[in-house]
Design a protein around this ligand. Structure first.
Ligand code: R5P
Length: 293
């Protein structure tokens, strides 16, 4: 087994699996086309391909890069390719929300399969809707990330914290993090206008005066969801606000905006970003060990 990756993230997965590591380089031509290149020799026929997106997010480039790498690997005659896509791009479009839209998450998996993927590993992919992945014709594994966020938060010297899920869909994870901290949790109710993208949230008042508030979510993209929760936390006079998320997608300007408004913000390293303080490498390696070794 050979792990192919771009950076230390892939190399650490290789070490934990006691597998060899080969590196690929990312290249973008002046006209914007991507052209990754596998630098090291590919000496094995069973490959684990580890590729991460970085900020500013360019999901299309990232996805195409992954596909092109798979095709290059096929050119070496490899037999199997397990794809590790720590942040599952397009996973939020996990159903047809409005007539005429594509079921993008499903098609992302279909195309990976078509290009030779044998298994698909990702981290906390759009929470409760993982069944869509199971339906796809590609074995897919959705790896837990909130226990790593819980462990990180435990190390902070938090004062009588309350854990708030930024959205009802992450309530179960807010409860999990709260349990790890031995405290209570609550969750916001949010809805998004599918035409305008405008967010609205339920009226909620939190009993956090003088206490720390920990806001958790799976994804921070535009930051709109987090900012709504931060606003409630401030109105409720929270002492300090900490944001913890799995995927720091951070569209341009978002991280700066959030940083100005909270005491701390941390994500896992599923996406390369300056707030990626929580490593998910061990969780990924553990799951691959169980499934693929
Ligand atoms: C949505 O259902 C997710 O759980 C996140 O709350 C959402 O993706 C965050 O997006 P944004 O940062 O753009 O509000």
């Amino acid at each position: 087994m050979l792990v192919i990756g771009h950076d230390d993230f892939g190399r650490r997965i290789a070490d934990l699996l006691e597998a060899d590591f080969a590196q690929f380089e990312k290249r973008i031509f002046p006209d914007g086309e991507v052209c990754p290149r596998i630098i090291d020799d590919v000496t094995e026929s069973n490959i684990i391909l580890v590729n991460r997106m970085s900020i500013p997010p360019k999901p299309n480039d990232y996805y195409l890069e992954t596909i092109l790498l798979m095709k290059a690997l096929k050119g070496f005659g490899v037999e199997s390719i397990d794809v590790v896509m720590p942040y599952f791009v397009y996973s939020r479009q996990d159903k047809v929300f409005r007539k005429g839209e594509p079921h993008s998450a499903r098609y992302v998996l279909d195309l990976l399969k078509h290009c030779g993927a044998t298994r698909f590993f990702t981290v906390v992919s759009h929470v409760n809707r993982a069944e869509d992945m199971i339906d796809a014709d590609l074995p897919a594994y959705n790896i837990d990330g909130f226990s790593a966020i819980g462990a990180y938060l435990k190390k902070l010297d938090l004062k009588d914290p309350l854990v708030l899920g930024a959205d009802l869909s992450v309530d179960i994870f807010a409860q999990k993090v709260a349990k790890a901290l031995g405290v209570d949790s609550a969750s916001m109710e949010k809805s998004r206008n599918l035409d305008t993208g405008k967010l609205s949230t339920s009226e909620i008042s939190l009993d956090v005066e003088g206490r720390d508030l920990v806001i958790v979510d799976d994804i921070i993209s535009s930051g709109g969801t987090m900012l709504k929760s931060i606003e409630i936390g401030k109105q409720s006079r929270a002492r300090r606000i900490v944001c913890g998320a799995i995927h720091g997608v951070f569209s341009p300007g978002t991280l700066e905006k959030l940083t100005q408004n909270v005491w701390k913000i941390a994500t896992t390293d599923t996406i390369i970003n300056p707030a990626a303080e929580v490593s998910i490498v061990e969780k990924i390696a553990e799951r691959i060990k169980v499934v693929a070794l």
